[in-house]
Every structure is written in C-alpha cells, then in structure tokens.
Design a binder for this molecule. Sequence first.
Ligand code: UD1
Length: 423
Amino acid sequence: MHEQTPKLIIQGGNPLRGEIRISGAKNAALPVLCAALLTGDDIRISNVPRLMDITTMISLLKEIGVSVHDNGPSEFVLCAANLAHLTASYDMVKTMRAAILVLGPLLARAGEAYISLPGGCAIGLRPVDQHIKGLEAMGAEITIEHGYIHAVAKQLHGARIVMDIVTVTGTENLMMAATLAHGTTVIENAAREPEIIDLANCLIAMGARIHGAGSDIITIEGVPVLRGAEHAVMPDRIETGTFLAAACATGGDIRLSETDPHLLDAVLDKLTESGASIETGARWINLEMQHRPKPVTLRTAPYPAFPTDMQAQFMSLNCIADGTAVITETIFENRLMHVQELKRMNADIRVEGNTAIIRGIPGLDGAHVMATDLRASASLVIAGLVAQGETVIDRIYHLDRGYEAIEKKLSLLGASIQRAGTH
Ligand code: UD1
C-alpha cells in the first residue's frame, strides 16, 4: 500500500490575528550544534527549534560519536568526548546541505574529515569551493574521492583568507576551524549575517578568541583547547519575517514575541512600504494591515540587505498588491520555482532570468500546488491563506525542514489549516 505523503489543506480568507512566540533560529542552531565537535566537554544549547533539519543534524552528530541528551522542550546537551566516525555520508548531506558545517570543526579537532559533496540542489548549484579553499589556506590537504571531500590536517595553522564570494556557512566553517588552529586567521569578505555573531558568541563562551564577527573582517586567534559552555540560540528572523508577511498579506493584526526586530531592518522597511503599520519593542513586533498591500520592489543580497530566504514570501505578498513589483534574486540562480505554482493560483508573474515581474491582482484562487523548497513552501502557505477557497500543498516535508509547528502557530492566529496524510 502507498503511504500517503503529508499535505497541508488551507481554507483561505481569514486575516491572521493574535500573538505567537517565535522559535530559535534554525540557521543559528545548526552551526552552534556543530561547534560542540570542537570540545570534549558538555555544551548546553537552549532555544533550539524542533524541526527536521535539527533532527537530521543531531542524527549526523550521533553518527560521528557525539552523545546527545534531549532535555526538552528546546534544550540539548552535547558531548563530543569521543569522535568515532569522522564522516558525513551522502545520505545526510543530500537531505541537508548544512551538514557541510561539520567539516571545519572535525578537521580542527580530529585532524581528518570525510564529507560527501552536496551535489545538485534544487535552488542552484551551491558549490563548496570557498570552504575548501579556506581550509587549504590553513594547511589542510584536501582531495575529492568518490564524491567525498577527504580533508586531512595534523594541525591547522592561521591564514589570511579572502573569500571570493560572501558565503554564510563558508564563513562559519572557517571560523570554527580557526578557533583551534595554530596562530591567527583573518577572514576577509566574511558574511555578516546575525547567525554568524550568534555562533561567534557560543565559540567565545567556549574560550575562543574571535573579533569582528558581524563585520566583513573576522579575526580568530587560535587556542589549544576549547571548553564546555551554555548558549541560548538567537530568535529566527526568517520565521519572524514569514509570519509578518502572512499577516500583511491577509490584512491581519499580530504580535510576535521572543523575537528581535533589529535582525529584520530590511524586511520591516519593505513591510512598511507595502502599507503595514509596525510597532516594535526590545523583544516583540506588532504588525497591522488594513488594506490591500502596495507593491514592493526588492533585490536580494547578503545581510544587511534583503534576505534571499524572504524573497518567496514577498512574491506572494506582491501577487495581491495594488500595482506592479519587480523582485530580483541575486544569491541563488534557480530560486524562483514558486512562480510556476503561484501561477496555478492565478498569479500574474513574468520571469526574465533572475527577475520576476509581478502584476498584482485583487485575489488568488485556491488550487492544488507543490512545495519545491523550504522558503517556496512558505510562499505557498501565504498564498493559500489569502486565496479564495481551498489550497492543498503537496510535499510539505520541505516546510517541515525549517519551520517549527507552523500549522499550529497559524491555527493559533485564526488560520484554517490542517495537515493530512502521515507525518
Ligand atoms: C545559508 C543559509 C540559507 C541562505 C543562504 C544565503 C544556513 C544553514 N543556510 O546557506 O538559508 O539562503 O545562506 O543567505 O545558514 N557559494 C559558492 N561557493 C561556496 C559557497 C557558496 O559559490 O563555497 C555560493 C552559493 O552557490 C550561493 C552563494 O554563494 O550562490 C551564497 O551561498 P551561501 O551563503 O554559502 O549559502 P549557505 O551558507 O549554503
């Protein structure tokens, strides 16, 4: 008998209203979990979101030999006293590209790592040449064998590394590797995403010497050993932005707590441009929208510019805007796959290269659509919440990779949304 794949069924038309709590950031928790590989002591990590990519990363760390205690509800204690198996298999890396984040720490601590190449990925080529180039500059010998990166280094040494392009996990991998290298490493043209600051804060609590995280030059003075630490993961700025875009599109009135508005300047500016009223406090954001959105033209770029991880959600918002908007994706070469699905809901979008021209229409029609990647799934959820009638979203395992309890949170806000099929 065929197992039914889980789907989301949404009855559109309800404005989102009420308050929810934002979870810890997936993209901060993943590297922080890998930082546990750098010490034999206990690392206690709290505010870890419960979602599929975290489960996958924990399975990978366990395979490597890390002992993991799930203290619930969002706390894990990891201890990498014994590293038994210095490998990230193809099966792991193909389901979650962020598995590459074990490369730097394993090499620095154990002197060797065997990591599958990520291979083709739906949203673009996504090579890892910058990770490899940086580790080679630090003295690693790297060969590609049977689709695996085999990295060996008795002792990494400090180096000046100029990244050819801004890469988030590339910067994180090199920063982690450099904490245990002999001497000082300088990473130039480093990514400036807030998740890098969060990882640096965890590493500093473990005894690392890092300056400049959050700027484009990060300096790391290597130390002989790192020790145990406690770290609370920062709030998820993309989850925050996704709920704000959903509230804006549905003409809602929501309050998000346990988040940080300073992480979202570019996104909040665009929501204001679309006509939403936004109020913020130290750890909360209120958004109220009383009319049809105005179109917002935007271009994705590395932080602090508008995040590629919010592009698809703003595409849905623009579908129902009062006018025409242009969205340009500059980070990934194939990240407009949601367009085809949104068109099934009657959206008027034309794609030219990496640019989408969206002519807003008064409303979308519910339809059967298919999720193609994580943030594309979020855009379909927003479209479904806005559309007239029923929307069925297939392949929502993409959504489960990166959003904690999304349908529960949306239900709390008054959405009519249900999961069908086995989980
Ligand atoms: C991270 C985020 C992801 C986000 C992306 C861009 C995590 C776990 N994931 O992904 O959600 O969409 O940043 O903000 O934090 N590149 C190379 N060579 C490399 C590395 C990257 O050419 O060695 C290219 C990529 O193909 C892409 C661009 O650089 O075009 C940026 O990618 P990168 O910042 O590395 O994305 P990730 O770190 O994988």
